[in-house]
Design a protein around this ligand. Structure first.
Ligand code: ADP
Ligand code: MG
Length: 334
């Protein structure tokens, strides 16, 4: 039988002979980043993400944009831990050493590296199908990292920015999504204004580093939404031993997303799509005001979409309070 992505990791990598205990490893496989014990004042957060041509970006895409995106999606995992970016390594596999391609790639990478103050400290270059593997490292204060397992009964569930843009943009770039043939645009193709907006959302996702660091003390649990809200909020619920109730009318969408696809497909993009790189966080009700104040300070759009409840399932409710049936399970790479 075919293994799912998470079964594969659990069966072959999260094993006693590989992911064994070390004094310095505070948190291993299972969160947005691992946490290592560095000094009395600092913990190290480490995370890696791989981008493959024609899967995560179209062949022929502008190299500067691919580079920015590759670093940004890695930074998003540091944001999900509330970590401050420190340094990164770059594993680069290229079909050929085209200097103008590499020059543009390097410039895009530098722009994002400077913006988030994360320095390149090593890597590897090899020949093969174009692939970018980045590992990022960040710092957190001991015991203060945000994790998936801290959601508590009655917490409010918030998301940053808008959901669904990632999957809709991927489709508009001509990359097949896993949402299937019924994931269609209202018109044949989105208008040029919508395309521009979506392309920017896709290539320049905003890692919510500042938001997470400013709001960390009021957040009980966090994850970045890379595989769709259903799956990622599912990880929070599973690791926290909780369920969630989400009001679908409250899920935030961009005007461009609304303009491009039907309301049904909007919801599918948010729930099962992925590539949004927004944060989903849970906050105790009595911390709400302080949390919102800090979120405003970070100039981040933030929306309350539901709450943490008892149980182990996520229910999505319409305005009438009726539960909508889920048509598919969360996105997995296999
Ligand atoms: P994210 O979406 O935050 O990048 P993933 O869903 O890719 O996280 O991975 C889930 C967890 O499994 C993470 O903690 C990640 O580090 C771990 N993981 C993924 N692939 C592997 C692998 N090949 N070996 C070990 N751990 C892995
Ligand atoms: Mg993540």
């Amino acid at each position: 039988m075919r293994l799912s992505e998470f079964e594969l990791i659990r069966k072959y990598f999260n094993t006693a002979n590989l992911a064994f205990e070390k004094n310095e490893v505070l948190l291993g496989i299972g969160d947005d980043a691992a946490l290592l014990n560095l000094t009395k004042e600092q913990e190290l957060a480490i995370s890696t993400d791989v981008l493959v041509e024609s899967v995560h970006f179209p062949a022929g895409a502008e190299p500067a944009k691919i580079a920015s995106r590759a670093l940004a999606v890695n930074l998003s995992d540091l944001a999900a831990m509330g970590a401050k970016p420190l340094c990164f390594t770059l594993g680069l596999v290229l079909a050929d050493a085209n200097e103008s391609w590499i020059n543009s790639f390097s410039k895009g990478l530098a722009k994002t590296a400077r913006q988030f103050n994360i320095a390149l400290v090593g890597g590897d270059v090899s020949k093969g199908p174009t692939t970018i593997a980045i590992q990022v490292q960040g710092l957190t204060r001991p015991g203060k990292a945000l994790r998936r397992d801290g959601a508590r009964l009655g917490d409010q569930v918030y998301v940053t920015g808008d959901l669904g843009d990632g999957a809709i943009a991927l489709a508009s770039l001509g990359i097949p999504t896993h949402l299937g043939d019924t994931f269609l645009f209202n018109e044949n193709q989105p208008s040029s204004a919508c395309s521009q907006y979506l392309e920017k959302a896709y290539y320049e996702p905003e890692p919510r580093i500042e938001f997470a660091r400013l709001c960390a003390e009021f957040i009980n649990s966090a994850i970045d939404v890379s595989d769709g809200l259903l799956g990622d909020l599912g990880h929070i619920c599973k690791s926290s031993g909780m369920g969630a109730r989400i009001n679908i009318e409250d899920i935030p969408f961009s005007d461009s997303a609304r303009c491009c696809v039907s309301s049904e497909n909007l919801l599918r993009a948010a729930l099962y799509g992925g590539d949004d790189y927004e944060l989903c966080v849970t906050v105790a009700k009595d911390k709400r005001e302080q949390f919102l104040l800090k979120a405003r300070e970070s100039r981040t759009k933030i929306t309350c979409i539901g709450e943490i409840v008892e149980g182990n399932t996520i229910s999505f409710l319409n305005t009438a309070g009726a539960e909508i049936p889920l048509e598919q399970s969360a996105y997995e790479h296999f």
